[in-house]
Design a protein around this ligand. Structure first.
Ligand code: NAP
Length: 280
């Protein structure tokens, strides 16, 4: 079996570099059995970091994850997110309690601010630190924060406790390579790459698919291996089918040669200047 690549968070916790996303899961009862089976298969393989959010299906994704991990909570590193308007002094404890109840757990391993809203970052830091002190979450982080927001966050006392920034990153969204990614690496803050296969669209990019096939790989394998080539980067593809989970897991076997990296750069070039962080 492939050895699982890991990322060490700033508090020393080691987590799998490959996890599983769950956006759009749990919303259609007809797919429920298949989705739960896919998540459980992933856990069996060692892809035991699961990303969800209160926003996904307005709680339906968290409930599905709760069902999938029942009886195996200890094997899983759970990530969930609060809406920006639930990241305040009064709202965060209530939102977190609702997420804990839907997930059926006592504690969330990593709790993220889903994106920046109107509540001041300092208030969110205070609220998340309190949840940590109460044992409701083990650590916290942010999502969709660009470099200027991250600098502002890290200027706040205890803001540097943010363990990750979860952002859009894949072969067609390379803007963060210019500044945000190197900065996060310099701060020893992990980057969680969401939509690492561009919600499936990358797998319909014909020139990219040809390149993958020339090297004997499936396009999803290459797309994920490419994201995971960086130190400190976690990829969270969503796959609701067992065979997709297996294919994504096998990305850990793909070693990228300088030749293939150069071919990729010609096809889907890196940024030539700073650009605003993209979001989906
Ligand atoms: P994604 O992971 O890039 O793509 C998911 C799509 O790719 C699904 O349609 C899935 O199909 C398909 N797929 C997965 N593996 C495949 C394979 N090996 N072969 C063929 N198709 C495959 O997109 P995403 O769901 O937007 O992003 C991943 C996760 O990141 C989300 O689920 C969510 O947890 C998180 N996210 C966070 C934010 C944020 O603002 N923080 C935003 C977007 C996403 P099947 O489902 O049929 O397997």
């Amino acid at each position: 079996m492939e050895a699982m690549k890991t990322v060490v968070l700033r508090d020393g916790k080691q987590v799998p570099a490959l996890g599983m996303g769950t956006w759009m899961m749990g919303e259609n009862p007809a797919y429920r059995t298949r989705e739960i089976a896919a998540l459980q298969h992933g856990i069996d393989l060692g892809i035991c970091l699961i990303d969800t959010a209160e926003m996904y299906g307005e709680g339906a994704s968290e409930e599905l994850v709760g069902e999938a991990i029942r009886g195996r909570r200890d094997q899983v590193f759970l990530v969930s997110k609060a809406y920006p308007h639930h990241a305040g002094r009064k709202s965060a404890p209530m939102a977190c309690e609702r997420s804990l109840a839907r997930l059926g757990v006592e504690c969330i391993d990593l709790y993220l601010l889903h994106w920046r809203g109107s509540i001041p970052l300092a208030e969110t830091v205070e609220a998340f630190e309190k949840l940590k002190a109460q044992g409701k979450i083990r650590r916290w982080g942010v999502s969709n924060l660009d470099l200027a927001d991250m600098r502002e966050l890290y200027a706040i006392p205890e803001g540097k406790a943010a363990a990750v920034d979860q952002v859009l990153y894949n072969l067609t969204r390379r803007g963060i390579e210019w500044d945000l990614l190197p900065w996060l690496q310099s701060q020893k803050t992990a980057l969680m790459a969401y939509s690492p296969i561009e919600q499936g669209r990358l797998l319909r990019h014909s020139a990219f698919c040809r390149l993958a096939e020339q090297h004997g790989w499936r396009p999803a394998q290459l797309a994920l291996a490419w994201v995971l080539r960086h130190e400190g980067v976690i990829a969270i593809p969503k796959a609701s089918r067992r065979e997709h989970v297996e294919e994504n897991f096998s990305a850990l076997q793909c070693a990228l040669s300088p030749e293939i990296l150069a071919q990729i750069d010609r096809l889907l070039p890196p940024p030539k200047a700073a650009m605003p962080l993209e979001m989906l």
